[in-house]
Design a binder for this molecule. Structure first.
Ligand code: PNS
Length: 169
């Protein structure tokens, strides 16, 4: 029984993340998608919203669980009794940060190994940050995120717009 944790912010989940999730599901027996609950990062979507979207877009996958976490990744991975942590590598620019993170995690908890999957070439340019920016300016995100996420982004941007338009009292 091989269990893996795939951690991230998923703010919001993109087709790039989904690609890693689907491919990981073919390798491991159980995949736990760990959704970081870190208010200091000021996410666009609350952790509950991110979990909900991830559940929706992975509902056809039998061996996936979506679990929020706070604190250290190694503690979460240990608690989940995961054999391995999975991370996606897009371009060389990801490498330095990912190497540092995996080596730090391995120092903190030597039993926690990190496995990297290279992102499929069609998603190598894609990031949640870019998706949020496109959505903020009213652009079409349908090639980057599943329909359910595009709908939530639209809703979120319109409510943010309403807040921004509020006049000071
Ligand atoms: O999707 P992201 O934002 O690239 O994911 C980053 C994540 C969640 C994997 C990373 O920030 C993380 O593991 N945070 C938990 C805190 C922690 O363990 N920090 C030490 C790692 S060096």
């Amino acid at each position: 029984m091989l269990r893996a944790v795939y951690p991230g912010s998923f703010d919001p989940v993109t087709y790039g993340h989904l690609d890693i999730i689907r491919r990981s599901c073919n390798i491991v027996d159980e995949l736990i998608v760990g959704v970081l609950n870190n208010k200091a990062k000021m996410p666009l979507f609350s952790v509950e919203e991110r979990v909900k979207m991830l559940k929706e877009v992975t509902k056809d996958l039998q061996n996936v669980r979506i679990v929020p976490f706070a604190g250290l990744l190694v503690d979460f991975a240990t608690r989940m009794e995961a054999d391995v942590v999975i991370r996606g590598l897009r371009a060389i620019t990801d490498f330095e940060y990912e190497l540092q993170m995996s080596q730090t995690n391995n120092k903190l908890a030597p039993s926690v190994e990190t496995m990297f999957l290279t992102t499929s070439i069609e998603y190598s340019y894609l990031s949640s940050t870019t998706v949020r920016e496109i959505a903020a300016f009213g652009g079409d995100v349908s090639q980057f995120v599943p329909e359910a996420v595009a709908v939530e982004l639209k809703k979120k941007m319109s409510t943010k717009g309403e807040c921004n338009n509020e006049q000071p009292h």
